[in-house]
Design a protein around this ligand. Structure first.
Ligand code: TA6
Length: 304
């Protein structure tokens, strides 16, 4: 693990594995800002117009949305965690051998400031582990502990910008026939009908109670992202398409073609923690060989 400063003077941690894959994590927001394969290819999307300057989360990578996903109540859109400076956790609780063996990792910690407590009056400890495995897999494990005297509830998402070759050549498998809330239609509930999800216009949906593995097939690049999650029942799928892309100042007009957000999340039924309780939600991202892309993923349970 290597700690350097980005050009705003903010600490960032670089993890590397012996094969040459790497991950970069900013202490600003605990946001993963880069994940590279052992061949040096960037696997996460970052907008060329991204603003790497607090107080706004950088457009790309993987942002931590907590204690809310979306925009309701008095909290800022997607919660404050992505706009706070996290600390390196020097005394993380012991982890399972599975979460540390063969991995390069960093443990981060977020505690509420006085200012946070004014808009969300609940004391918590949020521990985030970001780990890069020897085979290049990226894993994020979030643990939220209630250290308050009363229960609290929250929603959460790993807002994950995947880098794709051409959105019209991408499909998602694993979300078929699920119910979803459509954010483009005031969160109205629909049921997915198609075989796999493809893209030809704006999509902003929360798929509910999804299986623990979802595949994003990038036909043109002949590669598939397999997303495996635990403790996170919902999946957000977002592509702003042309009109919304043009309306975002930190996003290029044509960049919607190169990105797709697929977020492991807990949204529909927020998590409630009693005093002393802890919640864990993890996501693992990996690339699988291109041969899977041609046939489709026959049985996603192979990846569980
Ligand atoms: O569902 C994804 C979403 O909530 C969209 O509605 C879209 O606004 C996106 O996240 C990005 O949000 P941000 O606050 O990062 O601009």
């Amino acid at each position: 693990m290597e700690v350097t400063k980005d050009w705003n003077g903010i600490d960032q941690v670089v993890l590397r594995n012996p094969q040459g894959a790497s991950v970069r994590v900013s202490l600003y927001g605990g946001q993963v800002t880069s994940w590279r394969s052992d061949r040096g290819e960037e696997l996460l999307f970052t907008s060329s117009k991204a603003i790497f300057k607090p107080p706004k989360a950088m457009r790309g990578g993987i942002a931590i949305c907590f204690p809310q996903f979306g925009n309701c109540g008095s909290l800022e859109q997607h919660g404050f965690a992505r706009n706070k400076t996290w600390a390196i956790d020097e005394n993380p609780p012991p982890s399972s051998p599975e979460d540390s063996h063969d991995k390069s990792f960093v443990d981060l910690l977020l505690k509420p400031s006085e200012e946070d407590l004014k808009c969300w009056p609940h004391s918590f400890e949020f521990r985030l582990r970001v780990a890069l495995a020897a085979d290049g897999k990226l894993k994020l494990i979030s643990r939220v502990r209630n250290i308050d005297g009363k229960p609290f509830s929250f929603s959460f998402a790993y807002h994950t910008y995947l880098f794709v070759s051409d959105i019209s050549e991408v499909r998602i498998e694993g979300l078929e026939i699920l119910d979803y809330l459509d954010n483009t239609r005031q969160r109205e509930r629909f049921t997915e009908q198609g075989d796999a999800i493809t893209f030809e216009s704006e999509v902003d949906r929360v798929y509910l109670h999804s299986p623990n593995a979802v595949a994003v097939l990038d036909h043109e690049r002949k590669r598939t992202f397999v997303i495996r999650k635990e403790g996170l029942p919902d999946v957000v799928v977002w592509n702003p398409w042309e009109k919304k892309a043009k309306a975002m100042i930190d996003f290029g007009d044509e960049e919607y073609k190169q990105m797709l957000c697929v977020d492991a999340a807990v949204i529909e039924k927020p998590v409630t923690l009693k005093p002393g309780e802890e919640w864990t939600g993890s996501v693992e991202l990996r690339l699988v060989p291109s041969t899977f892309c041609c046939e489709g993923i026959e049985d996603l349970s192979d990846f569980l």
